[in-house]
Design a protein around this ligand. Sequence first.
Ligand code: IPE
Ligand code: IPE
Ligand code: MG
Length: 266
Amino acid sequence: MIKKLFSFWQKEDGVKDADRLMQAIDRERLPKHIAIIMDGNGRWAQRRGMPRPYGHKAGVESLRDIVKVCNQLKIPVLTVYAFSTENWKRPREEVNALMDLLVQYVYQEIDDLDQNKVQVRAIGRIHKLPEKCRRAVAFARERTADNDGLIFNLALNYGGRSELVDATRAIAKKVLAQQISVENIDEQLISSHLYTAGLPDPDLLIRPSGDFRISNFLIWQLAYTEFWLTDVMWPDFRREDLLRAICDYQNRERRFGGLKRGNNKR
Ligand code: IPE
Ligand code: IPE
Ligand code: MG
């Protein structure tokens, strides 16, 4: 009974939970790149009888906490899916609310991000975003360009397929200009023409909110990424969920198509 009460208290007390998980994490085997599909905002709001943008606003609190803890842990790269190339299909009011929120987020958080040495970047067809968003993104990028902490990639108007289209076009232009030959095209060359050029592929992908799909996110880069899915909606997602995902990740065996370690004998 006492044990039961104790575990209930532990579960309820997020801070204690986070402390315990922090200690359980092996600092030598942290993921080098974590990718997150920040999903579930709309359902979270609707369950509370509120309009969907209310959920997007609440999701910003989760993002703040997750960026902070990734930086504390010295995770090199965090990429968050904030707006997909398909999200334009949503009602105009929701799209506008998301764009306004992006601008608000940047100007509100920039001092804190900069002080914590976070380097803000953006991936996606940024040039197709409304001007105020482009300006906010450029401002954040320039202001934090020399920081050497967490690389924080915002995936905005991002689609894995459009990323591959853009890379293919860039490569084709170089072939036509005779800067490279067709024989030069290999996996490394393709990777170096993606928006994520120079960054390691994600080790861990997190999708909250109970859906089991990648929704056009980093389709090339996720080839051997470990997936971690949870029913927790993004606005409820906090550091203890991230730490739990990292602990789980550290207990997995990645084989990359090879065999289990120690099983390489004939
Ligand atoms: C994710 O939450 C945020 C964006 C796609 C911009 P959703 O808005 O997709 O929330 P659900 O999945 O409908 O609950
Ligand atoms: C993926 O979520 C995009 C973002 C979180 C930005 P969606 O809600 O758009 O994905 P689907 O439509 O459920 O696949
Ligand atoms: Mg969704």
